[in-house]
Design a binder for this molecule. Structure first.
Ligand SMILES: C[S@@+](CC[C@H](N)C(=O)[O-])C[C@H]1O[C@@H](n2cnc3c(N)ncnc32)[C@H](O)[C@@H]1O
Length: 372
């Protein structure tokens, strides 16, 4: 197949990619994805324009209905109540985006604190523009000192966390390495940046060896691995001392991914449409993958976190009272049109996001919060 013709890259991004290349001009896919999404001033998430919502490129579960946040707030309240006596609860959201989830949670906590202890909702968001947007939204609904809002550059900056670490659709937005089975061996996929435009490229696996790539995979199979997503889980383990981590994302176990997506799961999206070529317009195109929960669960176990639940997101929401919250919202609705909207949004969250899972973790020695 002749190489695709792609537009020339913005010079700043090309320069950054060349710095990340080996002497032959090859850049590993995870390094390409890191720069395409997050390079300061150049990456997709570094732009002023929000990628989220109707005017952006995609929706997340947080944008479908405020009942998502309300159900999570109920569970956070239970987690806060179960903390050792006297501890103020910190709820830290990693990858808070435009603050849609955080705003809903803070609003719910402020309306019905449900706990006798103070809570701080902290956002950690890599994009400066999104962080500002989120902070503004959250501060508008906070009720200090009972429920206050802060931001932080990282979990490490906060020290030991007693409460919860929450992340929704963060792991799927982490850079991945991509490997393809070619002539009975695994090769690493990436891009070649020797010319003015990007060219898809591959090279033999370098060192250190990549463990666990399936030896019996069929020719052409593509496997994705995200060291960045796994290290986020290890970072949570390092800092969460009491409470829970709630990781919401779409994905599956590795065996299921291999069977259902033998060419990999990398998706490129722009303007709410799937783009065929993931190298098209880097910096203006969202790139994401299905989360490999086999790897994420193993990373959590290896870091000493205990698994409390691994289930469909809809099941977790059910456990946390989503149906009752929907009934209450329907009862309070002032028109039939509003009731129809509420039902449609709830249906979309349950069925439209059916590939979504919750992985709930606790520090191995933590006590268990009472179920809400
Ligand atoms: C797909 S968006 C999801 C946003 C939001 N959680 C939601 O569900 O609407 C992923 C977000 O994670 C942020 N992000 C990615 N890696 C991060 C990291 N290591 N620390 C903090 N934020 C990060 C991105 O900037 C982006 O806002």
């Amino acid at each position: 197949m002749p190489p695709r013709s792609r537009p020339e890259l913005p010079p700043g991004l090309l320069e950054r990619l060349r710095r990340a290349a080996d002497p032959s001009g090859f850049v590993r896919f995870d390094r390409f994805m890191e720069l395409a999404l997050y390079a300061p001033g150049l990456g997709y998430y570094a732009r002023e324009r929000s990628p989220l919502g109707p005017a952006g490129d995609f929706y997340t579960a947080s944008h479908v209905t405020p009942l998502f946040a309300r159900a999570i707030a109920r569970h956070l309240t239970a987690i806060g109540r179960a903390l050792p006596d006297g501890a103020a609860a910190s709820f830290v959201e990693l990858g808070a985006g435009d603050g849609a989830l955080g705003e809903g949670v803070v609003r719910s906590l402020a309306e019905r604190p449900g706990t006798d202890r103070r809570a701080t909702y902290v956002i950690v968001e890599r994009s400066g523009a999104l962080r500002q947007r989120a902070l503004q939204r959250l501060r508008a609904v906070a009720r200090p000192p009972q429920v206050s809002v802060e931001d932080a550059g990282s979990l490490a900056e906060l020290g030991p966390v007693e409460g919860a670490v929450i992340a929704s659709e963060l792991l799927d937005a982490q850079p991945v390495r991509r490997f393809r089975r070619t002539e009975g061996a695994w090769v690493e996929l990436g891009v070649w940046v020797g010319g003015p435009t990007l060219v898809a490229a591959e090279r033999p696996l370098g060192r250190p060896a990549v463990e666990g790539l399936p030896a019996d995979a069929a020719e052409g199979t593509v496997v994705e691995r995200s060291p960045a997503a796994e290290s986020i889980v290890r970072e949570i383990a390092d800092h969460l001392v009491e409470g829970r981590a709630l990781l919401f994302d779409y994905g599956a176990e590795e065996a299921e991914l291999l069977a259902a997506h033998p060419r990999g799961t990398l998706a490129a999206v722009r303007g709410h449409r799937a783009i065929d070529d993931p190298l098209d317009l880097p910096g203006s195109t969202d790139l994401s993958v299905f989360v490999n929960f086999t790897r994420i669960r193993a990373a959590a176990r290896g870091a000493g976190l205990a698994e409390v639940a691994f289930e469909r997101q809809a099941e977790a929401l059910g456990r946390w009272g989503f149906p009752e919250l929907l009934d209450a919202a329907l009862a309070a609705a002032s028109s039939e049109e509003e009731r129809v909207r509420l039902r449609l949004a709830a249906k979309n969250l349950v069925f439209g996001f059916e590939r979504f899972r919750l992985l709930e973790l606790s520090p191995a020695r933590a006590g268990s919060p009472s179920a809400s």
